[in-house]
Write a protein that binds this ligand. Structure first.
Ligand code: AMP
Ligand code: MG
Length: 857
């Protein structure tokens, strides 16, 4: 505590408060006298602290010192206030948040508050260095004994024990075998622990409040059912929190901080001082464990800890295997169970007493369960960090989830706790509404190339493809005729629906012809980057069982295991229409993704999925005759799919970036300016250098004046990048290009969600990945396939028409990643392995890869 205080001085987080309200006939003068006597009887209240050459030290201030003469207890009369009860409450809150000066000063304040003729309050606020909750209760007992004695009701007042004896006992303990045994116990108990902690906001709110409290009640009926089940309320509540938060963190264990009284001998029980200890309780939450099973584990765990409760948490943390002392943490949720079986101390009066234990900023959640009588309801105070439980994951919802989980676990004691329901009907309905993308009509019975053929017939003379470097452009008619030639040539070689044809070519008008030609032949194209190493090229050709390879000069260099067709040489035969060879359910392409482990896998995507994806984009961000898209993404990435085909269905034009140009911001800008590009894509890491260029040299901004829409995808789009985008294009006002964040895996056809980035000058806090696109469903699931509540991270799973057929020739992997859609009979689901959550504004936030989660210890 000394160290925490010295790093953040002037913080009230270690205040411990006893506050008692007494209604009835009370003699306030005597009460003040009794309280003063009770305080002076314990030397804890005379303790002083300081630092001497870097070492903290403590001593007991002389009883006859100057300062000791100052009044120890003040009397405050609030009965004349407009609302005396409220004034007393405000006074209490104010005291709670007033920090102590740690060095050389008194570490408590005490007061008697008068609310009215018949109501007074006793208030004692002490720094946790000198007292714990037990100690304050001990003072309270002492106070009422003294008061009784002073008012002639009872007699004997026991003398308080002194802190010095505790110091000696602690020194003896640290030299004993018991100390070593306790250390060994914790080393063993904590072996392999990987505590799941909340990510905290790095910046404290300026002047804003950091914590807040929410209270809910566990009604008497539930408490009775806990007892009937043979359990204790503490064990069941700890089990409930463990089950819920292990679900929130997607872990198979939750570590709770549990307070221990740590007082055994009469001397310890009787001494006012700080002995309380907070210890890590590991609660394993296995996939089969029931709530009663968890409660039993909690009971066993706490019993075991109680035998070793003397070892302070500081010592426990120091002994943890990992390095980096000081930052080590085992838990950020603490759970205390406080019983208040306090009869009124005096006949004819009513006492209401609370001890407000300290809550530390580091704790995301400090839970205080208050029990007043054995079978009555429980009051649960959730003291929470507002940066963790915010509008996205509201504490009120958490309280509801906990109660439902507890009730369900009691009603179904044999059901695994991880599957117990937590959502209420309204929450479930809201998730159902959010996950469903718009039900938009699209040409579900068509193929990509047939839509392009139609467009070519409508605008044969319009410029279609504009080459990078002086190569002649292609009109729609030329594109159509040449791709027909390629298709006929492939048909002659036996290519038909479902056959794979590799395309091993650099970016050029010929590439566009080749890709369209493959589709028209009925085949599915397999993009292969000519820049790949020879082994990788050979692997892709073999793994895809390509029937042929279409190559340009760049692609023909190597020795290939598959027949190679030089595309340019195919452009000689008949160029008339090709009869439709493929249907909407045939493959359009097979794109390989590397995946985190193992060999690359070919994702099989069907025509109707692509048609839907392009129709959604046209619906949301329409392009037409006056638009020019930029083809800059290598075709081995599926982002290229919309660059390659969208414009052609809608009658726009396509400008080709020079080969390799996607890494050159200057070159990109030049092409934008020369071809009047309106629409293009950036991965966020390339958007940065592009914007830097425009920001550093405002003169260059005119070269980007044709831009209308910029799409980002592939990796997280940083908020700072969006702010930079808005700065760079601020001069264009309402005419500024739009920035859109798209998200999606190859396995669900390019993108499945979209987010229109905010415009204007304001700061951007974060950039969500948005909402589902048309005919797409996005679920956030827990580790067991259940719906994760809003605000809680889970695996993002995708349903709907974009879900790919699977991985080529990889049935096991396909079965693992493509599963049944639990919410749509007959539907299929792709499990992305990405972590995401729903935000309060109804958009999704991307949080990284599930397997990339960092262990915080
Ligand atoms: P790919 O299959 O190559 O398209 O990669 C898909 C993966 O890239 C996703 O599963 C995400 O992990 C990541 N990703 C794609 N788009 C975004 C985005 N807008 N924000 C964050 N990550 C993204
Ligand atoms: Mg993608």
């Amino acid at each position: 505590m000394w160290v925490a205080e010295s790093t953040a001085p002037g913080d009230p987080q270690f205040n411990v408060v006893l506050h008692e309200r007494l209604a009835g006939e009370v003699d306030a003068d005597r009460l003040q006298e009794a309280l003063e006597g009770a305080l002076r009887a314990h030397d804890a209240f005379s303790l002083r602290f300081d630092e001497h050459e870097g070492t903290p030290c403590q001593w007991v201030a002389a009883a006859d010192g100057e300062e000791a003469a100052d009044p120890w207890v003040t009397y405050v009369d609030l009965s004349g206030e407009a609302d005396p009860a409220a004034a007393c409450a405000a006074w209490r809150e104010d005291s709670l948040t007033r920090p102590f000066t740690l060095r050389r000063s008194r570490l408590f304040t005490a007061a008697i508050l008068r609310e009215s003729a018949s109501v007074v309050h006793v208030h004692l606020n002490a720094h946790h260095l000198i007292a714990d909750a037990w100690a304050l209760n001990r003072v309270s007992l002492d106070l009422w004994e003294r008061y009784s004695a002073l008012t002639g009701r009872a007699a004997r007042v026991a003398a308080g024990r002194q802190v010095a004896s505790l110091v000696e006992a602690e020194a003896a303990y640290r030299g004993s075998a018991a100390f070593e045994e306790d250390r060994a116990f914790f080393r063993e108990t904590l072996a392999g622990v990987q505590p799941a902690l909340f990510t905290r906001a790095t910046v404290a709110p300026v002047g804003g409040q950091r914590r807040a409290r929410h209270t809910f009640t566990v009604d008497a009926g539930l408490v009775r059912r806990i007892r009937d089940a043979g359990g204790s309320p503490f064990a069941y509540l700890a089990a409930t929190f463990a089950a819920y938060f292990s679900r929130v963190h997607r872990t198979e264990e939750l570590v709770l901080g549990v307070p221990f009284r740590n007082r055994h001998t009469d001397a310890e029980l009787d001494t006012v001082g700080q002995l309380a200890n907070n210890l890590p309780l590991r609660v394993p939450v296995g996939p089969e464990t029931t709530l009663p099973g968890l409660a039993a584990a909690v009971r066993r765990g706490t019993d075991a800890l109680r035998g070793h409760e003397r070892l302070s948490l500081g010592d426990v943390l120091r002994d943890l295997p990992a390095a980096g002392a000081g930052s080590r943490r085992l838990f950020d949720i603490t759970l205390s169970y406080l019983r208040h079986p306090r009869p009124a101390p005096l006949p004819g009066t009513a006492l209401a007493s609370v001890v407000l234990a300290p809550v530390h900023h580091q704790d995301a959640l400090a839970v205080m369960v208050h029990a007043f009588e054995d079978d009555a309801e429980l009051r649960v105070d959730l003291d929470y960090a507002v940066d963790v439980f915010d509008e996205d994951h509201p504490v009120t919802a958490v309280a509801g989830h906990l109660l439902r989980l507890l009730a369900a676990g009691l009603a179904e004691p044999d059901r695994p706790a991880v599957t117990l329901p937590v959502l209420d009907e309204a929450e479930h309905k809201e998730l159902t509404r959010l996950w469903q993308g718009p039900d938009t009509p699209y040409a579900h019975d068509r193929t990509v190339h047939s839509l392009i053929t139609e467009q070519a017939a409508r605008t044969p003379g319009r410029t279609a493809v504009i080459a990078a470097d002086g190569t002649p452009s292609l009109t729609y008619a030329e594109l159509d005729a040449r791709s027909n030639q390629v298709a006929h040539a492939l048909r002659r070689r036996g290519v038909g629906a479902g056959d794979r044809v590799a395309v091993l070519m650099d970016r050029s008008p010929l590439l566009i012809v080749a890709l369209l030609g493959v589709l028209k032949s009925g085949g599915a194209y397999v993009p292969v980057d000519p820049g790949y190493p020879a082994e990788r090229i050979a692997f892709l050709l073999q793994d895809s069982r390509a029937k042929a390879v279409l190559a340009d000069d760049a692609g023909r260099a190597g020795d290939l295991p598959v027949p190679v067709l030089a595309t340019a040489e195919l452009l000689t035969g008949p160029d008339g229409p090709v009869a439709e060879q493929a249907g909407p359910r045939d493959l359009a392409y097979v794109i390989y993704t590397s995946g985190s482990t193992g060999r690359p896998k070919g994702v099989m995507v069907e025509h109707h999925s692509v048609v839907n994806r392009l129709a959604w984009m046209q619906n949301a961000y329409p392009v037409g005759e006056h638009d020019v898209l930029l083809q800059k993404t290598p075709i081995s990435f599926d982002v290229s799919v919309w660059e390659l085909f969208w414009w052609a269905i809608e009658g726009a034009g396509l400008a080709l970036l020079p080969v390799g140009g996607q890494r050159d911001p200057r070159g990109i800008l030049r092409t934008i300016a020369e071809q009047r590009v309106t629409t293009l894509h950036f991965v966020p890491s390339m958007l940065g250098p592009f914007l830097d260029l425009l920001e550093d040299d405002p003169e260059l901004r005119a070269e980007a004046s044709s831009l209308r829409r910029v799409f980002c995808s592939g990796e997280a789009l940083p908020a700072a990048r969006v702010e930079q985008f808005n700065r760079v294009f601020a001069g264009r006002g309402a005419d500024a290009p739009r920035l859109v964040n798209l998200y999606g895996p190859t396995e669900a056809t390019v993108d499945v969600s979209f987010y229109d980035c905010p415009t204007g000058e304001g700061p951007v806090r974060r950039v969500p990945i948005g909402r589902p696109i048309g005919n797409t469903r996005l679920y956030v699931l827990d580790a067991h396939g259940g719906l994760q509540p809003a605000g809680v991270p889970g695996e993002l799973c995708i349903g709907g028409v974009g879900v790919a057929r699977g991985y080529l020739e990889r049935p096991e992997l396909t079965a693992e990643k493509f599963t049944e859609d639990p919410f749509v009979p007959g539907g299929r689901l792709y499990r992305t392995g990405d972590l995401a959550r729903w935000l309060a504004d109804g958009t999704l936030e991307y949080l990284g890869r599930i397997d990339g989660q960092v262990c915080l210890l």
